[in-house]
Design a protein around this ligand. Structure first.
Ligand SMILES: Nc1ncnc2c1ncn2[C@@H]1O[C@H](COP(=O)(O)OP(=O)(O)OP(=O)(O)O)[C@@H](O)[C@H]1O
Ligand SMILES: [Mg+2]
Length: 150
């Protein structure tokens, strides 16, 4: 099923100049970027986005990290995009992430794991609505899709 996922390059990924390399991985896979926004995330937005983790020992550090410097928020579309992108980013702890995944190749520490992606279609819907207006999402078609999908 064609899905949309919310993906965000976190402050460490942006500030380590990894935006281009990470975006290239999604493009070369055949996924389609349909919205991007470089933004400094407010404390309120960070707390809503990561609301499920409120009360956990790492929560305050997570909010400080995510609001410390700009992040690149994106919507990415494709067949089974949610699961495909979760596989591409790798395990939460970069030391457990497979080589070849984004966290496995570019990160060392759970608290600096450079990228977020929605973990279910329901989270994707919630997160896309949280970060983007409908009018900011570009639903265009690309001609090479005939070579990417049967
Ligand atoms: N034990 C921890 N110590 C420090 N930071 C943590 C820890 N666990 C989680 N985090 C931070 O909180 C984020 C959210 O944790 P979650 O369990 O949702 O993992 P995830 O779904 O792989 O990551 P994300 O939601 O950012 O895509 C992690 O990506 C990481 O930045
Ligand atoms: Mg998560």
């Amino acid at each position: 099923m064609i899905q949309k996922s919310f993906v965000m390059i976190k402050p460490d990924g942006v500030s380590r100049r990894l935006m281009g390399k990470i975006l290239s991985r999604f493009e070369q896979k055949g996924l389609q970027v349909i919205a991007v926004k470089l933004m400094q995330i407010s404390e309120d937005l960070a707390k809503t986005h990561y609301g499920e983790h409120e009360g956990k020992p790492f929560f305050e550090d997570l909010i400080t990290y995510i609001t410390s410097s700009p992040s690149l928020a994106m919507v990415i579309k494709g067949e089974d995009a949610v699961l495909t992108i979760r596989k591409m980013i790798g395990a939460t702890n970069p030391s457990e992430a497979d080589v070849g995944t984004i966290r496995g190749d570019f990160a060392m520490d759970t608290g600096r794991n450079i990228i977020h992606a929605s973990d279910s279609p329901e989270s994707a819907k919630r997160e896309i609505n949280l970060f983007f207006d409908e009018s900011e999402i570009c639903d265009y078609s690309i001609v090479d899709n005939i070579w990417i999908y049967e």
